[in-house]
Write a protein that binds this ligand. Structure first.
Ligand SMILES: *Cc1c(COP(=O)(O)O)cnc(C)c1O
Length: 402
């Protein structure tokens, strides 16, 4: 394996993001392949016994076992770190593996975490159910209220945890303000950047500490594989995340890493088009539904904050219908082009009913507190021609009596 300029930080850090997305992190074998090679191997053979000892002691560079390092996975990790502007990154088997690792690697019994109330269902499950079983208490707050973050701090608060925009309410967290509160109290912020990816939003620029991902969504971008990643300082990744990861094994397979590497090549192109299409479709829906939650539309209460933090407004937004579950389901069942699917970040347009899918497990009370009502529908706007999407929505809205 030969390091190309793609691995040399002194060169790559000067590249613009679209260049990093295509070339960052690339290594080449002696064959000189242009596209990244896929190393489907769990183990590595050594030239001699001393090399084994040197690598295990950390004195020699090189691979030892794919739970610790794999060349294809390492290429993805370097590329994501470059895009996010982070010192280091470690890939994970899924977005939820990334969230779990990012939290458990640094929290211990007796610690306290403050988390956003509006969040992906499984992220809330970690805070509400998993962490308390290990003596880590959580306080869940309205993440759009900066004072609520400060008020929830206790002497043992170690982590702030949020996503912005939030899934599926599209609430925006004021990153600069909230991260500054955390900094002032020595608290680590963990930001779930799944909705945006670094192509749209780089939380480190707003003072965040750790970025955790689902790379399943816009990063793969074609709905093929589950993948995740955690980014942070070299110290955080080496001292906190790696001991957790190498001994618990939530690793990404080299095949899935390779698929995401291919996805990243077109990330910059895709997020722009997704955002443009989602805005076109949003402007149409704005005229036809009682409530639309879309950070790119002027009617979003935090539209200006979103514009300060995000380069464009992304693929995903929600609408709320007055007729509850019955009307929401009627609209879904009338769709002919857009799929009923709870995934996001796919090139295909997908629509789902969060109350009976992604947020089903939270219970009616939890959903009500979070603002996920029975009339809410979440839409991932894909890369199809938006005129076709609007035609499909038009007839489905009519079928649902709108
Ligand atoms: C999808 C998603 C996750 C979980 O990611 P997986 O790759 O499905 O495990 C976490 N957070 C947010 C905001 C998501 O959209």
């Amino acid at each position: 394996m030969k390091r190309t300029t793609g691995q040399d930080r002194s060169i790559t850090r000067n590249w613009r993001p679209a260049t990093q997305a295509v070339r960052g992190g690339t290594w080449r074998s002696e064959q000189g392949e242009t596209s990244e090679a896929m190393f489907l191997t769990s183990g590595y053979a050594y030239d001699d016994a001393a090399t084994v000892a040197g690598r295990f002691a950390g004195e020699l560079e090189g691979m030892t076992y794919s739970r610790l390092q794999n060349p294809t996975v390492a290429m993805l990790e370097e590329r994501i770190a470059l895009l996010e502007g982070a010192e280091a990154c470690r890939a994970q088997a899924s977005g939820m593996a990334a969230m779990t690792a990012a939290l458990l690697c640094q929290l211990s019994a007796g610690d306290h975490i403050v988390a956003a109330r509006a969040a992906f269902g499984s992220c809330r499950w970690l805070v509400d159910n998993l962490l308390p079983r290990f003596g880590i208490e959580g306080t869940v707050i309205d993440a759009t209220d900066n004072a609520a973050w400060e008020a929830a701090i206790r002497p043992n608060t170690r982590v702030f945890f949020y996503e912005t925009p939030a899934n599926p309410t599209l609430e925006i967290v004021d990153m600069a303000a909230v991260n500054a509160i955390a900094r002032a109290h020595g608290i680590t912020t963990v930001v779930d950047n799944a909705f945006c990816t670094p192509a749209l939003q780089r939380p480190l620029e707003f003072g965040a500490d750790v970025i955790a991902y689902s790379a399943t969504k816009l990063m793969d971008g074609q709905g093929r594989v589950l993948a995740g990643a955690v980014c942070g300082t070299a110290e955080f990744i080496t001292e906190k995340l790696m001991p957790f990861q190498r001994n618990t094994g939530p690793n990404l397979s080299p095949f899935n890493a390779w698929v995401v590497l291919k996805g990243l090549e077109t990330l910059d192109l895709r997020v722009r088009k997704h955002s443009e299409n989602a805005l076109t479709v949003g402007r149409f829906l704005e005229q036809r539904v009682p409530v639309i939650l879309h950070p790119g539309l002027e009617c979003h209460p935090q539209h200006e904050l979103a514009a300060r933090q995000m380069d464009a407004s992304g693929a995903i937004f929600s609408v709320v219908l007055d007729g509850g579950r019955e009307q929401a389901w009627a609209l879904l069942d009338a769709l002919k082009l857009i799929d009923i699917s709870n995934n996001i970040g796919d090139a295909r347009s997908l629509m789902c009913h969060p109350a009976t899918s992604t947020h089903h497990n939270m219970g009616a009370e939890g959903r009500a507190a979070m603002g996920v009502g029975d009339g809410m529908l979440r839409l991932n706007v894909g890369l199809e021609d938006p005129a076709d999407l609007i035609e499909d929505l038009d007839q489905a809205l009519s079928a649902a009596g709108l």
